[in-house]
Design a protein around this ligand. Structure first.
Ligand code: SF4
Length: 292
């Protein structure tokens, strides 16, 4: 019997990235929905602190974007939020369209696999749409508070870089700003670690078709599997243990080590992104609100 996912399940960049990194992790996290006590990285407090600060920064920016006076927001922020917010105020990209700006918006698009119909959902930090005719464009901005800037070559391979523009193009027809062509869309990553040097990716019809085919192929593959043993663990190599397993909450269950990896060596390019995004999984209410 093929895999059955809960009716409310929406695929996301985090779950697809999880499957790409390690199919077993997808099974444990999204099918069995297992929590497991192993710490992801030691010292745990430091990881938790940085995640909390990242969440606070996103909230601050959200408030600033909806018009709360920034001098009120900047009061008593403390380190490092004060510096991050200052960077945002000085280096918020000046060329963003102004006509329509959406913050913390969840959008979704249908995905077909065999006879099943699923949703692919994305939560956007900021979508700015504007301009007329040939100058019409949409910029997706993702604020990142990682300690280091992620290399362009790694960002390019990341599921987020595929999923966000794809869902925006597919969902746009139902939005107030109307349909967008892939060529009008840009995905931009902005880093507190290098606020004047965002990393941008132009989208295109060719990429859109490639992404659709890729998502449908991954879905078909996932849905054709049935049980835990069909979802292979990432091969047991020293590099995979270092990059993936040592920061994975399932490592003791998988016999891939007991000790958490050192936080200072946490490879954000490999895994952390997915974990941070997992903390932002969609609520049931949000999933029900997604336009089916
Ligand atoms: S511990 Fe390693 S093999 Fe097991 S789920 Fe995590 S990444 Fe995959």
């Amino acid at each position: 019997m093929p895999l059955t996912l809960p009716k409310t399940f929406a695929f996301s960049q985090a779950s697809l990235q999880s499957y790409e990194n390690c199919p077993r992790r997808f099974w444990l996290a999204y099918v069995e929905r297992l929590s497991w006590p192993a710490m992801e990285a030691g010292p745990y407090d430091e990881q938790e602190r940085l995640m909390r600060l990242g969440g606070q920064f996103h909230q601050l920016v959200e408030r600033a974007e909806v018009g709360v006076p920034t001098d009120l927001l900047a009061v008593d922020l403390g380190y490092p939020l004060d510096g991050w917010f200052e960077s945002y105020l000085r280096h918020r990209p000046a060329d963003l369209p102004r006509e329509s700006v959406e913050v913390e918006r969840v959008l979704s698009a249908p995905l077909a696999a065999g006879s099943g119909r699923y949703r692919l959902a994305a939560r956007y930090d900021l979508i700015a749409v504007g301009g007329q005719g040939e100058g019409r464009r949409a910029v997706i901005v993702d604020w990142k508070t990682n300690k280091r800037v992620t290399r362009r070559s790694s960002l390019q391979l990341r599921m987020q870089t595929r999923v966000y523009p794809y869902v925006l193009v597919e969902a746009s027809a139902g939005m107030p700003w109307g349909p967008l062509a892939p060529e009008q869309v840009e995905m931009r990553y902005w880093f507190t670690a290098a606020p004047a040097e965002p990393v941008a990716f132009r989208y295109s019809s060719a990429l859109h078709a490639e992404n659709r085919a890729r998502f449908e192929q991954i879905l078909t593959e996932i849905l054709s599997r049935e049980r835990e043993s069909d979802f292979a663990k990432v091969p047991d190599t020293e590099e995979n243990r270092r990059r993936f397993c040592s920061y994975c909450i399932y490592r003791s269950r998988c016999n891939r080590g007991i000790e958490a990896g050192e936080f200072e060596e946490y490879d954000e390019e490999a895994f952390a992104e997915e974990d941070l995004e997992s903390a932002l999984e969609f609520t049931l209410e949000e999933v029900q609100e997604l336009a089916f």
